[in-house]
Design a protein around this ligand. Structure first.
Ligand SMILES: [Zn+2]
Length: 142
């Protein structure tokens, strides 16, 4: 059979059948499964519900998962927080002012402080208009 490019890595490979679009590399097979699952969740409400139930069950038996994830992935955590703050800011215009936008209802007001832009440090540059990845930068006050 003629070689075709893998949809994930772009490397040419010989498919086993005409439907095979991903090579057999572990990373590409994970991408294939994730793509399939994303499509399935979008198109099959029963599957979506079952996945949600399954994830809730798993999370209740691993309650510290997100806490340890945030501890072990500081950069991703900071990036996600920056992006969430941005989403909250745009949502705030649509909902009642003063009401929390995301589910974390018990956050004390004094725990949420604005970013001190007059100090040096690492920040996430988050594009507001263009849909691009955020970039981590180091700013030094002169
Ligand atoms: Zn591949």
């Amino acid at each position: 059979m003629e070689q075709v490019p893998c949809l994930s890595c772009g490397q040419f490979f010989t498919p086993r059948n005409k439907k095979q679009n991903y090579c057999s590399a572990v990373k590409c097979q994970r991408t294939r499964k994730a793509d399939w699952q994303r499509h399935k969740i979008k198109t099959d409400p029963d599957y979506k519900r079952d996945q949600r139930i399954s994830q809730k069950k798993w999370l209740s038996s691993n309650p510290d998962y997100w806490k340890s994830y945030r501890l072990n992935n500081r950069e991703k955590t900071e990036r996600n927080r920056a992006l969430q703050r941005l989403r909250n800011k745009s949502r705030l215009k649509k909902v009642r002012p003063g009401k929390p936008v995301i589910a974390k209802m018990d956050v004390r007001k004094d725990a949420v402080r604005p970013v001190d832009i007059m100090s040096s440090g690492q920040f996430w540059l988050v594009p507001v208009i263009a849909k691009m990845d955020a970039a981590k930068v180091f700013l030094r006050v002169l």
